[in-house]
Design a protein around this ligand. Structure first.
Ligand code: PLP
Length: 389
C-alpha cells in the first residue's frame, strides 16, 4: 500500500500516526487501572463531542452518559432499540436510505414497526411522520446523516414530534457526530449513536452511545441480547470498564482520536467539515455533474458525505471509473444496494486537510477524463480551491 494512499470513502477514514502508535503499545488487561484510564479518557472526550457539537459553543445535554462498545454502530443501534422495546412495543422507523432501512430491520426483530418511507435520496414527508407517530409509539428511529445518499435529515423537527407523544427518540448520528452540529436536548434526542471510524477518525471496531437520564430510566437490559444489556454496560462504565473483554488497542486509538477532537474544538471542526463538503459539492457541480440527494425546505445536503450521480456514459462501465480513481491512490465509494453503478460517494469526515480534499477533486476529474467522460476537471479544481481558500 502506498504511503500516501488517501481514504475518501465514508469510513474507515484516515487515522493519525499518534492513533496508530497508541494501538501498538504493549497489551494490558481490560481489568487493569491502565485500561480504566484509557476508557475514562475516551469517555471524557466523547462526552464533549456528544454534548458540545454546536457552532455557538453551547452545551446541549448534561444529564446523560457516554458509553463505548466493542462492535460497530450497527450493534449500538440494535442495543438502543432492544433495550427500549426488547419485550415488544411500537416503533416508527424513518427510512430514506440504506441506514434508515437498517434501523427498520433491526426494529422489526423486536417490535411492531410502522415505517415512514421516502425514495432513497429524497426528503421524508414530515406530515407522514406526524401521522405515524402517536401516543402508542414507544420509539422513533431516524438517521441524521444518510450516508448512502448524502442527505441531512431534519432531526430537530422529528424530535419535536416524538416529544409531543412522549416517544423515545433514537438517532443514528454515525456520520454526523464529531463532524457536524448535533444538539441532543434541543432536538429531544434520547439516545444518539456513532461509530469510531467515521467523523471521530478512530480505527473501526468500536462505537459509542450517549444515553440521556430519561433513556437510561427506560432501558430494560434483560430484554436485550446478553451482550447488549445496557443496564450492565452503564454499571460497568461507572468504573470505566466494559462488561466483557474490551478491544484494548481500539479503545486506545479511540481515546487519542477523540482527544484530538477536543483539541481542535467542535465549532472549528464543524466549520471545517462544512467548508470541505461545500468544496466537494461546488467542485462536482462545476465539473458539470449532478448531486444525487434532493433537498427540500426541511433538509440539507450532508456536511460530511457527498453523493454524486454518475454521468450516463460512465454508468455503462462504472468499474473503469472507480479503477481509475483507485489507480491514483485514492479510495472513494460507489452507490449501495440498488444505487450501485448509479452514483459515487466521497467523504470529508475526520481530520482531512484542504490539500487532501483538492487531491480528491483532481483525482476524480482525472479519472473521468481517463474514461472519456465529458467533465470540466479544471473548473472543478478551481471551484474547490476557491472554497477552501
Ligand atoms: N449508520 C450510518 C449512517 C452509517 O453510515 C453506518 C456505516 O456506514 C452505520 C450506521 C453502521 O455501520 P457499521 O456498523 O457497519 O459500522
Amino acid at each position: 500500500m502506498r504511503e500516501d494512499f488517501l481514504l475518501l470513502n465514508p469510513g474507515p477514514v484516515p487515522v493519525t500516526r499518534e492513533v496508530r502508535q497508541a494501538m501498538s503499545e504493549p497489551m494490558v488487561s481490560h481489568r487493569s487501572a491502565a485500561f480504566e484510564a484509557v476508557y475514562e479518557r475516551a469517555q471524557d472526550a466523547l462526552d464533549y463531542v456528544f454534548t458540545e457539537s454546536t457552532l455557538d459553543g453551547t452545551t446541549t445535554a448534561t444529564d446523560g452518559t457516554s458509553l463505548i462498545f466493542n462492535g460497530t454502530a450497527t450493534m449500538a443501534m440494535e442495543a438502543a432499540v432492544a433495550n427500549l422495546v426488547g419485550d415488544g412495543g411500537d416503533v416508527v422507523a424513518l427510512v430514506n436510505g440504506k441506514f434508515g432501512r437498517r434501523f427498520k430491520r433491526i426494529a422489526d426483530r423486536y417490535a411492531a414497526v410502522d415505517a415512514v418511507e421516502a425514495t432513497w435520496g429524497q426528503s421524508l414527508d414530515l406530515d407522514a411522520v406526524e401521522d405515524a407517530v402517536g401516543d402508542d409509539t414507544d420509539v422513533v428511529t431516524m438517521v441524521h446523516n444518510e450516508t448512502s445518499t448524502g442527505l441531512l435529515n431534519p432531526v430537530e423537527r422529528v424530535g419535536e414530534i416524538a416529544a409531543e407523544h412522549d416517544a423515545r427518540f433514537v438517532v443514528d448520528g454515525v456520520t454526523s457526530i464529531g463532524g457536524d452540529e448535533f444538539r441532543i436536548d434541543d432536538w429531544n434526542v434520547d439516545v444518539a449513536v456513532t461509530d469510531a471510524q467515521k467523523c471521530l477518525a478512530a480505527p473501526p471496531g468500536t462505537s459509542a452511545m450517549y444515553a440521556t437520564a430519561d433513556a437510561q430510566e427506560a432501558f430494560d437490559g434483560d430484554a436485550a441480547p446478553f451482550y447488549e444489556d445496557l443496564d450492565w454496560h452503564l454499571r460497568k462504565a461507572e468504573s470505566h470498564q466494559t462488561p466483557f473483554t474490551s478491544a484494548v488497542p481500539l479503545f486506545r486509538g479511540l481515546a487519542v482520536a477523540a482527544e484530538d477532537i477536543v483539541e481542535e474544538g467542535m465549532a472549528e471542526r464543524i466549520e471545517r467539515h462544512r467548508r470541505q463538503s461545500a468544496a466537494f459539492r461546488e467542485a462536482f457541480t462545476a465539473m458539470g455533474l449532478e448531486l444525487f440527494a434532493e433537498r427540500n425546505a426541511a433538509t440539507e445536503y450532508s456536511n460530511t458525505l457527498t453523493g454524486v450521480s454518475l454521468p450516463a456514459d460512465v454508468r455503462e462501465d462504472p468499474d473503469a471509473f472507480f479503477d481509475a480513481v483507485e489507480a491514483r491512490g485514492v479510495s472513494i465509494s460507489g452507490g449501495q444496494a440498488h444505487l450501485g453503478g448509479e452514483i459515487f460517494r466521497v467523504s470529508n469526515m475526520g481530520g482531512l486537510s484542504a490539500e487532501q480534499i483538492l487531491r480528491g477533486v483532481r483525482t476524480i476529474g482525472e479519472a473521468f477524463e481517463d474514461v472519456g467522460a465529458d467533465v470540466d476537471k479544471e473548473a472543478g479544481v478551481a471551484a474547490a480551491r476557491d472554497r477552501l481558500r
